[in-house]
Design a protein around this ligand. Structure first.
Ligand SMILES: *Cc1c(COP(=O)(O)O)cnc(C)c1O
Length: 405
């Protein structure tokens, strides 16, 4: 199927509106992506025709809902090339997935061991590890980055050592766009017997992921960044790893037997799915995955890459413009500052021209500290964005800068 951005845009009716009298230009995709009609329809179909709780009833609607949910689990397995569907856990989001693992390791990680993250993590891949280290007395380390926003790989063998329990890092930085060398980092971790977790928030919508060829222990995705509903995350874990750690939430669905004194846990995946799952979200996410795969993730990423190159080139002439993050391998995230201008003021003036960007720290305060800036303006592109939108953005930006400087 040929990639036709105008056909794609028709699947996203929300894009066809005016904001402050100007056509909406939505460049905040790294925060959340818009949802195609197929996703909205799948959710309303569930509520209109077969809403019921899953795994509980013998009745027909409950079985339909359960079948729909379990077929998405299989779809996700295939999408990530996991060995079995039981290794796919439905969570509330990436934050929830990482907390589940960090909590689950509370009884295995010990004082004298260390946990390794990187200098470019989202807060959700920092704070849960700090909490784990506080509980256990383990040390938190990070792999540093350079002025381009690339990890300093020469430091890999120093930072990851015999005492490393787990290495947790993002595949693609939501702030810098940097695409990290996943396999290199995993292979150093394996050399010393450390476990690995990859935060795939930004890889999900832009790249192909193969958890078996990466040989990663845990991998996590966020539905809402992949054109699916909010409130749903995916946690992949190798069977033997998931079996080795404790569940962090107890309740219905996750048990095998319960007496008033003691309970035994259910097998995978249910051990990590306490309570009623986000059934509509799961069904909507299934539709989002199908939508992405029908267009093809390679075509999507090629389109986004040309948008990034074009936007970067067009911006470079603007007075005081400075890109934050110019790594060689980079996804469609353009973070920048204009010297002498506060990012927030730019964001407000862009919004008045119908252009939606994110401003601030993007949940990555340590990156801002490393670059000695307060925040950035971030334009992030998705499959439905166009070159004309970039032209509007550039002229909007020039206008804003001329008002502020
Ligand atoms: C958005 C994001 C998260 C948080 O994901 P949620 O599913 O919203 O909790 C984590 N890491 C990165 C890199 C992100 O972009």
């Amino acid at each position: 199927m040929a990639f036709d951005v105008h056909d794609i845009r028709e699947q996203f009716p929300i894009l066809n509106q005016k904001v402050h009298g100007k056509p909406l230009v939505y460049f905040d995709n790294a925060a959340t992506a818009q949802k195609p009609i197929a996703v909205i329809k799948a959710i309303s179909d569930y509520y209109l025709n077969y809403n019921a709780n899953v795994h509980r009833g013998v009745h027909t609607l409950s079985q339909r809902a359960t079948d729909a949910m379990e077929s998405v689990r299989e779809q996700v397995r295939a999408h990530l090339n996991a060995a079995e569907a039981a290794e796919i856990i439905f969570t509330r989001g990436i934050t929830d997935s990482i907390n589940a693992i960090a909590y689950g390791l509370s009884n295995t990680v010990q004082k004298g061991q260390n946990v390794v993250i990187t200098a470019m993590e989202h807060h959700s891949n920092i704070v849960p590890w700090q909490m784990l280290c506080e509980r256990t007395g383990a040390e938190l380390r990070h792999l540093p980055m350079d002025e381009h926003g690339e990890l300093i790989l020469d430091r890999l063998e120093v930072v990851i050592d015999q005492n490393t329990a787990i290495v947790a890092f993002n595949h693609i930085s939501n702030t810098l766009g940097t695409i990290n060398p996943v396999q290199k980092i995993i292979s150093q971790a394996k050399k010393v017997g450390a476990w690995t977790l990859v935060d795939g928030a930004q890889s999900g919508p832009h790249t192909i992921v193969d958890v078996q060829s990466w040989d990663v222990d845990f991998f996590t995705l966020s539905s809402h960044k992949m054109y699916g509903p909010t409130g749903l995350g995916i946690l992949y874990g190798k069977r033997e790893r998931l079996e080795a750690i404790a569940p962090y939430q107890g309740g219905g669905e996750m048990i095998s037997t319960v007496t008033l004194e003691k309970s035994t846990y259910a097998g995978l995946p249910h051990k990590f799915e306490a309570g009623t799952p986000h059934v509509e979200g799961i069904i909507g996410f299934g539709a989002a995955l199908k939508f992405i795969n029908e267009i093809g993730i390679e075509s999507i990423s090629a389109h986004e890459q040309s948008l990034l190159e074009y936007a970067t080139k067009q911006c470079s002439g603007i007075k005081g413009f400075r890109v934050i993050g110019n790594s060689k391998n980079k996804a469609s995230v353009l973070s920048f500052v204009i010297d002498g201008v506060h990012p927030y003021d730019l964001g407000v003036l862009l919004d008045q021209q119908g252009i939606a960007v994110r401003t601030g720290q993007h949940c990555t305060q340590p990156i801002m500290d490393a670059f000695c800036i307060e925040g950035t303006v971030r334009a992030s592109f998705a499959m439905y964005n166009t070159f004309e939108e970039i032209d509007s953005f550039i002229s909007g930006l020039k206008k804003a800068v001329s008002m502020l400087l």
